[in-house]
Design a protein around this ligand. Structure first.
Ligand code: ATP
Ligand code: MG
Ligand code: MG
Length: 395
């Protein structure tokens, strides 16, 4: 289909699902990550690079085998990518400048504010010593009130890097918890829902939005995604516009996940962007015309993205994605996967990782023609006391 070879920095589950999408188009993918990473397991090649996506030498080794480089994670060496792009002319999507802006969550916020995108009020925490930072945190408490959110500017994921500062007395614990990390503080957002929109920018610069979805996090990790979000059409459209405008403010093509908060007065603000496929977009594999992974592959390879590729498969498609997290007993999480296999309209995705409590081991997409029915199937899969679904409701 396309003679370009795509190199992927990172070989976790997102890389694995990019590989699947690329392979269906006969597009070769080469992975940089540890040996036997999830994306390498389904991609039999001698050419993968064993190493770290933060190591410039390993990135150069990957680049030498590819025409285009992309990422499945933003915590890569963006300067190494920029240098390589300059030295060799290799295409890198998302562009290194965008990765750099997004990987520092405070720079990302400043960038969004410069482009008139609504975000929570935030302030950088300066200070060389813990004593200086302590003073800064107490000042933030006076400015924002309590609780407020203290965040690591870099290397954050699944809430690891966030601390809810509930009172002045909690400041020392917060500093201990986020010891040595570059910090900023964010005003507390009393959101009524968290929303997300996947947005794709083509190589020609066109920007497309997937449906607005609702995400429910448990312990800071994405637990459920409802597609479409259970909000008004007006709000869904507003969220899609906001997400598109946020993505338009960053250069370069590819897919982006845009996380948002819906506030009690129905205002929307952007929480953060991810310059890559996103957990909130896994539902697209079964519920949309083209999955987020294929859309990303098409975007970075310069392939067409025809009309309506990002819409729900039918006007009555209602989907829920549930993440499969490692259970407290090894492989205990497989019980829900077995129930999902018995459930019409449910698809199981396992990532080939060693089981560990709380680890993202896979996800399940459930699709039916009504959200009530999809929720009933979810309840069965989650082990609640409901009868198994034997027949699809009349479509
Ligand atoms: P991800 O895995 O999405 O990259 P992350 O570690 O970058 O996560 P955030 O997205 O910043 O973390 O925050 C994780 C969760 O914490 C959010 O989804 C939201 O539930 C909550 N949260 C974040 N910021 C705020 C805030 N300012 N006010 C209230 N809750 C917040
Ligand atoms: Mg994040
Ligand atoms: Mg987040």
């Amino acid at each position: 289909m396309d003679s370009k070879t795509i190199g992927i920095l990172g070989g976790g589950q997102l890389g694995r699902m990019i590989v699947e999408a690329a392979h269906r188009l006969n597009i070769k993918t080469v992975i940089l990550d540890a040996p036997n990473a999830p994306a390498k397991q389904i991609n039999a090649l001698d050419e993968h690079v064993d190493g770290s996506f933060t190591d410039p030498a390993a990135i150069a080794k990957l680049a030498a085998k590819c025409d285009v480089l992309t990422v499945e994670i933003e915590h890569v060496d963006a300067s190494a990518l920029a240098d390589l792009q300059k030295a060799t002319g290799i295409q890198v999507f998302p562009v290194p400048e965008t990765i750099k802006l997004i990987q520092d969550k405070y720079l990302q916020k400043e960038h969004l504010i410069r482009h008139d995108i609504a975000v929570a009020e935030s302030v950088a925490i300066s200070g060389a010593t813990d004593a200086e930072k302590r003073v800064a945190l107490l000042q933030v408490g006076e400015q924002f009130g309590y609780p407020y959110m203290l965040k690591s500017r870099t290397l954050a994921y699944d809430g690891r890097g966030n601390f809810v500062v509930k009172s002045a007395e909690a400041v020392d614990e917060a500093l201990q918890d986020l010891h040595d990390r570059p910090l900023y503080a964010e005003k507390w957002c009393p959101f009524t829902k968290e929303l997300a929109v996947m947005v794709v920018r083509s190589i020609e610069g066109e920007v497309y939005a997937y449906p607005t979805v609702e995400t429910i996090q448990k312990d800071n990790i994405c637990h459920l995604v409802y597609a479409p979000a259970r909000i008004s059409d007006t709000l869904r459209n507003k969220a899609a516009m906001l997400a598109k405008n946020a993505v338009k403010s960053f250069p370069g093509c590819g897919i982006f996940g845009v996380e948002m908060f819906l506030l009690p007065n129905n205002e929307l603000i952007v929480n953060e962007l991810a310059p890559r496929p996103h957990n909130s977009g896994h539902y697209t594999i079964d519920a949309c015309v083209t999955s987020q992974f294929e859309a990303h592959v098409r975007a970075v390879a310069g392939l067409p993205l025809p009309r309506d590729f990002a819409r729900l498969a039918t006007s009555s498609t209602n989907a829920i994605m549930v993440n499969v997290l490692g259970a407290s007993t090894p492989d205990g999480e497989l019980a829900m996967c077995e129930r999902a296999l018995q459930t019409p309209g449910a698809s199981v995705y396992l990532y080939g990782k060693t089981t560990r409590p709380g680890r993202k081991m896979g996800h399940i997409n459930i699709v039916s023609s009504s959200m009530d029915e999809t929720e009933r199937r979810l309840a069965y899969i989650m082990g609640e006391d409901v009868a198994p679904v034997v027949d699809e409701v009349k479509e």
